[in-house]
Design a protein around this ligand. Sequence first.
Ligand code: NAP
Length: 676
Amino acid sequence: MAILPVHSFAKGGWVAPAAGARPIRSAVTGDTIAEAGNDALDFAGMLDFARETGGPTLRAMTFHDRARMLKALALHLGEHKQQLYDLAYDTGATLSDSKIDIDGGIGTVFVIASKGRREMPDDQVYVDGDPEMLSRNGTFQGLHVCTPLHGVAVHVNAFNFPVWGMLEKLAPTLLAGVPAIVKPATATCYVTEACVRLIAQSGILPDGALQMIAGGTGDLLDHLGGQDVVSFTGSQNTALKLRSAPNILKNSVRFVAEQDSLNASILGPDVVPGSPEFDLFVKEVQREMTVKAGQKCTAIRRIIAPAEQVGPVIAAISRRLAKTTVGDPRRDATRMGALVSNAQKNDVLDKVAILRSEADMVFGDPENFTVEGLQDGAFLPPMLLHCAEPDRARRVHDTEAFGPVSTVMGYRDLDHAIDLANRGQGSLVASVVTASGDVARAVTLGAGAFHGRLYFNNAASMSEATGHGSPLPHMVHGGPGRAGGGEELGGVRGVLHYMQRTAIQGGPDILSAVTNTWQPGAAEGAAKAHPFTRNFNELAIGETIHTAPRKVTLEDIEHFAAFTGDRFYAHMDEDAAAANPFFPGRVAHGYLLLSFAAGLFVEPAPGPVLANTGLDNLRFLKPVVPGDSIKVRLTVRKKTPRNEDYGEVRWHVRLTNQDDEAVAEYELLTMVAFES
Ligand code: NAP
């Protein structure tokens, strides 16, 4: 069989393996199927190409431009994914394993793209949080903004998810406006290379936005500086080696690490055999042990059950594991494929030997296990261990056998369960199957600091729950301590890892110009016509109208109370209202003021304003009493295109009384047509 040369994608071209190339074997047959690596790759040149070609083009785009680019990329990959499935069998993955990797990766790109369109501006500056008033009169304020780093994101990835592992980092990086150099693990880099070829052929990304290294990284890390980021996924040992490289330390290169993790799953004290929750627990454990042959960073390594349930838990998990057919991942009947390589298989067996010094094997017999016809494949059976004395044990809490291996241990009470879960010294995820809110809160308080994600599941949520082991693009992925101390994903949070947060201080006009958003206190622009008659593109940031005043009478308040049924005493009963610390006597309803405000600023004729879609940050600042007059200042605060036809206009609305004191403030959201 011909050996596949896995190319690197460097400086816009494909570079074949050469001196320094390593062989790659099929996980299923053990045959050499590919080779990768080239010591002569111009690593410094790749960094320059990213910095000089990819970075400037990406930074010139807005978040929405980049989000549209990512969506197009996800659609393109979705159309061509079959060839990735075909290649992935040799990594040992079954079709359902590959769906997690390939479809999961594409789905992640879709979600990040959609977050970019919905939660980030059509701009190059991202504002993080609200303005801070740094002066008495508001002439000097502060804001935090994020802008893309001017360097390169170097992604060093683990072997287990050759596609998801690349895309889950690439999507937030590109959305941030930063080019990436991806270094997949050599064992499965032929699948990543095929995915990078699809991306390159699509022409969707600008030149220099993505490069890939097949094989070793040479002197790449020696050329990184303070504008670069390393995002590493892999083992604790490699993370330590890379993050402590002198150049990384000297230049304070950002280093995000996702490493091994002794994830736990706790069976809640309220759950008994025969209940839907018990079955759910057993099912999730078995699934986590066998998906990707247990080679998942989030897989359940420690099964923590009430002491009296340990027997039933072992029996039930063993029954399910006995039905898990292990074999050729290409066969439909196979439920669990091979580990990625015989080296990985041997590593797992070494780790199992360590675990056996503190735990007994209760299911699985690795010494007497083969898959017929595939003797040289990296197959192992699922292995379940039982640790009778988890308090005295150390290795079951610190040894990650990165395969289909998990250890059951019993707990006395919930505090004990929490203590055992935390002995992993920091994990990516801990799950709890419980129907008790009290248990969930106690676990959150006792274990939250030790785990990047807490996953609670029970009969009410199980039909829609996303699974213990699935990192979701919306939620953060990472964990403290042993898990690497890093954080990825989590929607826009994951994008910010590739940006610099900068505190901007200045007057409101300066802050408005920096952010393309009118900041309260900034100069008002005169409206050329009523703003409700102007199309989206005609409206200028800061454009303002002031309305005529309107007097609020006692009759108005009573009419509103009768009409709406809101007869709260503060509006209806002078004595009771006066006894309230907030009111001088009867006051106007806040909602009456909002309605009057709309009556004052709305232009009634059909026009470009299509709909009012909500209010944000509403504050009633001072009561309005009968006889007061209110007037409105309406200012265009921010504009965000939503589709081809219309965009969102965020208006700043301020209501003042006859003494120019603010009585209410809010932001009004409207959809405004590009053309009317
Ligand atoms: P690994 O041996 O640490 O390798 C990880 C990556 O680092 C690979 O791309 C590897 O490339 C690269 N690498 C190794 N030495 C390097 C060096 N000196 N310079 C530059 N790059 C270097 O880990 P693995 O065996 O691939 O993955 C398994 C481990 O990853 C498990 O412990 C698992 O828990 C962890 N993991 C964690 C997560 C998470 O999200 N937290 C996800 C998946 C896996 P080569 O392949 O070319 O050596």
